[in-house]
Design a protein. Structure first.
Lengths: 541, 510
């Protein structure tokens, strides 16, 4: 989840009212964030991934003003119309179909603003933007280019320009191979023949989204006016990102102007801050949370969360700010109402309906098997079920559930047998005192289905087939079975010292002396005997 | 019994023997007690005496004492140089030149000045110079001394018989001998003297009996009845005894058993499921959009054999599809993208136990429902001290008419109280399929600590299954609970356990 770091003084300036640091630290978590650390004036806060509008200090200040009751209700930002036009060429339809844009004037490039702008851009790219694949943002010096602009898809070899932070001309292919950002984000353009590009009236390159801007529009400390472009595969996502950045800049006193974005079938004037409207019924909100607030009180709570509210009888018409993209259903408004109400103020209650508890008999039986094994002097262990394919000797390869995207060679499948897990524990303890007798009752997976097994292992100078036979026969006796023991072939065990118990013609497991090859493979220096039994078979009388 | 009688009763054989020996000789060194009491070894006396001292029955005084021996063995048989010179002087009728003494063979060259010096000091002779020759002349005292033995010589003789302590020697004489080179050697030792205390004397006056002592009770002693006449040796209870290491339950599973019990007490039904799941149930049914990062190959394990599963009936699949694309008909916007059936078919290792809960709800849409599940879940994480790709999740859900967030908080408080956490609080959080979502914090060892997440299932999650009432849910990571309670700071220790740690693990107070 994204962490953002805020400067206390900057935050207080933006809030416009002195709030002691201690109070902030206490209240911010109650708003839906967690304080990760405070160092001097730097506050590190983790905000939730559904609230990208809180990834900037300006957005946080806006929310805090509401939460603390300093300024409540829907915040409006004036947007003046400009005559700047951005043409969207149909060539981008199958490349990166959407673009929105905006102009920000009279920007004072303070250190605080530059840091905040870079941070929010980076965070939006990582989260909402899905590593720029879904949404990416470009920030430009507006005065360096001449409208109208064109957004189009071009042959990567056909255009050469100097990308940001470089001094030499490159074509778009070269940028993907040589430029740091090109290398990082080339994956987004894989399988495309044409790449997206934004140029100005003179065909000067503004941006090669979602990779890199042209050096021409580099923003410096002398920049006063900004041009923002947001491109992507999801128009709503692009709008949200533009709205978050534009309103953040407006919070610092900049003036916003719109851009006419002309698609072949529609024209959008962006940024567009018109709120969406949802109806919230007071009863619904109260019942969901378990409180009984009046419509007026609910309206007050929502206004503190920066919604606009109109009361219509028992329902509330809620205007949702354009920088929020997380309100899908009245339940989302209900949550915000509850946050403003304060979770600590909710009276707790208990379920009203009587239910009788019940435990899974097989799990109870496993607990009893554990008692038996402990009684025999075996130490219980708990091991990972992720294992490696090579270790599943004795199971057909197609029965093993393999991991398609493993992280390590040790975890290429889910185990089909527990014995390798136990050997793994013995290897980790090879320098400890012997004898070592350990067991596990746990799950294995075959053909995608779980099965419960009981397995044990004994390692010491005199570990033998007989020792395992004693254990297995004792278990069978103690669970009330009396089974025939038959020789079994299993490559993990010494031939002729491996057997199984049979129930109704079905083998219920395996036991015996492990093969020296296996023992030494796990770096053990003593004879080792093991068993594994199917728990469900033991359970069924 | 009085205190003293009790004290006597508890005395061991050797302690009794020391006390009884002291009754006769009062104060004595350990060596004397060894001899008088006919002990086998000095260590018996020393041990018994120190036990008696700890019971305030004897005192052991320790004082430094000087001991003397001859510096050279020859002094046991050989006269001191001045005595040899005196004898020669007497033989020569009271007069002798220095050269004569030197050449006499009675004293060595080194001893000449010593002999002359000491004869003068003892007043046995005088020196006179006569025309360049030094003449030694005997005095009257010298004549008298020829037939008597000096005190210093007497002491040298005695030392020749063995070492003497400072108590046995005249301090003036020993000082005189010490002033000479190579005659006596002095060393300091600690001398112990063991004596009865008042309590010791009281004990003896009451009566201390010496009985035959037996170490091990035997079947023979039991059957013969002889056990009545013997005294069982008292053991030092502090003596080492070997530890027992049988089998033990793993701490993790002890917690699982406890949690199962807590849920059962609260009226919950235990449910379970498979590790390998459909993405449909793990993600789509929980309204997780298909482009959500959690569904990436980066974060979730996808499987081969099986690669895909058959989806549930088409009608249900369509309801989920609609919910994702447009929010169905429940007043939700949905996610606004084209939902892909092939994504939903993928087989994965389940990423949460919530998949069990939603499957159960799909089959039991009518209230009331109270279920729980404890099981392994899988996340594509690299193994570190903090993370494993596989761990245990505990999850409970409650669905009933009029369930609400306040009810969830009430249940949480009771659940965590039963787990040993008296104070519980919640604060806003975000989880993709609950709204509201709450972080759970418990008060532990003086501070608030996150220990779980909770919330109410979104309507987009429950509606497609015909679940018409709020579903309250909460979950926690079992390992974290075990780690904070048992003081483990590396999660790997739980799964690749050090066998000594397991053997020495203490019983969790659950």
């Amino acid at each position: 989840m994204p962490n953002i770091s805020l400067d206390y003084h900057d935050l207080i300036d933006l809030i416009g009212k002195e709030i002691p640091l201690e109070e902030l630290i206490e209240k911010v978590p109650m708003m839906g964030a967690s304080i990760e650390g405070v160092e001097g004036d730097e506050i590190e806060i983790e905000f939730f991934p559904n609230r990208p509008d809180l990834y900037s200090v300006e957005g946080v200040a806006r929310a805090l003003r509401g939460f603390f009751g300093i300024e409540t209700g829907l915040k409006t930002y004036p947007v003046e119309e400009s005559d700047v036009v951005l043409e969207v060429d149909r060539s981008v339809e199958n490349v990166r179909p959407f673009i929105v844009a905006g102009i920000v004037k009279n920007v004072e490039m303070t250190d605080y603003l530059v840091k905040s702008l870079m941070d929010v851009q980076e965070k939006l790219h990582a989260t909402l933007g899905r590593k720029r694949a879904k949404v990416s943002i470009g920030v430009h010096d507006f005065d360096k280019v001449v409208p109208p602009y064109t957004y189009k898809a071009v042959d990567p070899k056909s255009v050469r320009f100097v990308p940001l932070a470089k001094t030499e001309m490159m074509d778009m292919e070269e940028i993907l191979q040589k430029h740091e950002k090109g290398i990082d984000y080339a994956f987004i353009l894989e399988e495309l023949d044409m790449y997206p590009l934004i140029v100005d009236k003179n065909d000067d390159v503004i941006s090669f989204p979602p990779i890199i801007n042209g050096v021409l529009t580099t923003v410096t400390e002398w920049t006063r006016n900004l041009f923002l472009d947001v491109t992507g595969t999801d128009l709503a996502g692009c709008d949200t990102a533009l709205n978050i950045i534009a309103t953040a800049l407006a919070e610092r006193g900049a003036k916003l102007e719109s851009v006419e974005v002309k698609y072949h079938d529609k024209t959008l004037t962006t940024p567009d801050f018109s709120p969406t409207v949802k109806e919230l019924k007071a009863d619904y909100a109260n019942d969901w949370i378990g409180i009984s607030e009046s419509a007026e009180q609910i309206a007050k709570h929502l206004e503190r969360m920066r919604y606009g509210v109109e009361i219509k009888g028992d329902a509330l018409e809620v205007q949702i700010p354009a920088y929020r993209n997380d309100v899908l259903h009245p339940v989302d408004l209900t949550e915000d109402m509850a946050i403003a109400f304060g979770y600590e103020n909710i009276e707790d209650n208990f379920p009203k309906e009587l239910t009788f508890g019940s435990l899974l008999p097989l799990n109870d039986f496993c607990a009893k098997l554990t008692d038996l094994m402990v009684g025999y002097g075996y130490q219980e262990v708990s091991t990972l079920t992720l294992s490696s394919i090579q270790e599943q000797v004795g199971t057909e390869e197609e029965d093993i559930t393999k991991v398609r995207n493993p992280i390590t060679v040790d975890h290429t499948c889910v185990r089909a047998t527990i014995i390798p897990s136990l050997l793994y524990v013995l290897r980790a303890n090879k320098h400890h005192e012997l004898p070592q007798r350990i067991f596990e009752v746990g799950d294995v997976v075959k053909k995608g289905k779980n099965a419960r097994k009981l397995a044990g292992i004994s390692c010491h100078a005199k570990a033998s087939f007989t020792e395992m036979k004693s254990v297995v026969e004792s278990i069978l006796r103690d669970v009330g079975l009396d089974n025939e023991i038959k020789t079994k072939k299993d490559a993990r065990f010494l031939s002729g010292r491996c057997a199984t118990a049979v129930k109704d013609g079905k083998e219920i497991g395996v036991f015996g002396e492990l093969h020296p090859e296996l023992i030494t493979h796990y770096e053990l220096a003593n004879p080792t005997a093991a068993f594994e039994l199917d728990v469900l078979t033991l359970f069924q009388e | 019994m009085t205190n003293v009688e009790e004290l006597i009763e508890e005395l061991s054989y050797l302690e009794r023997k020391v006390l009884l020996t002291l009754q006769d000789i009062k104060t004595a060194t350990p060596e004397m007690i060894l001899k008088e009491g006919k002990f086998k070894e000095l260590v018996e006396v020393m041990n018994a005496s120190s036990w008696l001292r700890s019971k305030n029955l004897v005192t052991i005084q320790e004082k430094p004492i000087r001991k003397y021996t001859l510096a050279k063995k020859k002094w046991a048989t050989k006269n001191l140089p001045e005595r040899r010179a005196l004898k020669l002087l007497r033989k020569r009728h009271g007069e002798l030149t220095l050269d004569e003494l030197k050449n006499s063979g009675k004293v060595t060259e080194n001893e000449v000045p010593i002999a002359i010096g000491w004869m003068k000091k003892k007043g046995w002779a005088t020196l006179e110079r006569d025309e360049g020759t030094t003449v030694i002349k005997i005095t009257d005292k010298g004549k008298d001394s020829v037939s008597t033995v000096g005190k210093d010589e007497e002491l040298v003789r005695k030392l020749g018989d063995g070492e003497l302590t400072e108590r046995d020697v005249d301090p003036v004489v020993i000082k005189m001998l010490k002033s000479r080179k190579d005659v006596v050697k002095e060393k300091e030792i600690i001398r112990r003297e063991i004596g009865l205390t008042d309590l010791g004397r009281e004990a003896l006056s009451i009566g201390v009996e010496l009985k035959e002592e037996v170490a091990q009770l035997t079947p023979e002693l039991l059957s013969s009845g002889k056990w009545k006449d013997v005294h069982f040796r008292r053991y030092d209870v502090g003596t080492f005894a070997p530890s027992l290491y049988g089998g033990k339950k793993h701490p993790l599973n002890q917690y699982i058993e406890k949690i199962r019990k807590v849920f059962a007490e609260m009226g919950f039904t235990e449910i379970t499921g498979n590790f390998v799941e459909l993405a449909f149930w793990d993600f789509d049914a929980l309204f997780q959009p298909q482009d959500h990062p959690a569904r990436d190959m980066q974060d979730t394990f996808y499987t081969v054999d099986p690669d895909t599963f058959q989806l549930p009936p088409e009608e249900l699949v369509n309801r989920i599809k609609e919910m994702h694309e447009s929010g169905g008909d429940i007043g939700s916007d949905g996610w606004g993208y084209d939902w892909d059936m092939d994504e939903a078919r993928q087989a994965i290792l389940r990423t949460h136990t919530t998949v069990n809960s939603i499957r159960y709800l799909s089959e039991h849409p009518d209230p009331p429902v109270k279920t729980f599940t404890i099981g392994r879940i899988f996340r594509r994480e690299t193994i570190t001290w903090k993370h494993l790709p596989e761990f245990q999740q505990v999850e409970g859900i409650v669905m009933e008419e009029n369930a609400n967030l306040g009810m969830l908080i009430g249940i949480l408080k009771e659940f965590y109280r039963k787990m040993g956490f008296e104070k519980v609080r919640v604060r806003p959080a975000f989880f993709p399929y609950t709204e509201p979502s709450m972080e759970i914090e418990v008060y532990f060892k003086g501070e608030w600590m996150e220990l779980g997440g909770s919330g109410i299932f979104r309507p987009e999650v429950t509606e497609p299954f015909g679940v018409k009432h709020p579903v309250l849910a909460w979950g926690l990571g079992l390992e974290r609970l075990v780690m904070v309670n048992e003081g483990i700071d590396d999660i790997r220790d739980i799964y690749v356990s050090d066998i000594d740690w397991l053997r020495n693990s203490k019983l969790p107070r659950l």
